[in-house]
Design a protein. Sequence first.
Length: 251
Amino acid sequence: MTQYSDYFGPEGLRVRGTVLVVPGRGETRSTYTRFGRRLAADAYRVRVIDAPDLDTEDLTALAARLSEAAEDTAADDGVVRPLVLVGADSGAAAVAALLDREPGVRPDAVVLAGLPGRSPGSAATAGTWDEELDVRTSCPAHRGALTEDPEVRRGSLDDAVPEAVLGAAYDSETAVPTLLLVGDADPLADHEALAHAAKSRAASRLSVVHGAHHDVLNDLQHRSAAAEVVTFLETLRNDLRPLVTVRSSAW
């Protein structure tokens, strides 16, 4: 079995950047197949690593894994910049917590998707698999993919993310450009804390996906979520200023 899941852009196109994806609780690398292919189609080099077990793997070990994962993503054994870390759920918490440390790899930006809330109530989900799926997503394809993947660990959303990791994630004042991505129907999110976290960072963007649940990158709105990530990646070449201004009479 390979150590990573890799997604390559269309042949002949210049690679626009490198994206390392860190899955969350209970997820596998296969969980991000659709997301990886979509970003790769926009000429980004995408690599998905195994989800960290924050009860047994400390942040130093995760930083080393990320550094190793980035090493051979380019043909010349270098890394095509910008290098962006995308974390989901506990993966988002771990990535965010790394930013105020000296990580093994220095990202040019991070995407934090479905960052769990810090309050005890934010950690609790219902008991059955169907109820857990309801917390995660309303997308039939994603529900099917999770159900059919024998390596997905059911009930994992009831595992508490270590408070030290969540505290470091929310209290970070990093200058690394950050996209916070959350569904407005995510029962595990603390929207007030996310808004505060966005304001406390020098270069951050909070994007709320309407109707999306906890697995915001894989819910019914997955195309819009991926498009928001790509839009954020493209702003890295323009001092974080959006390249498109939208004016509409639709609202």
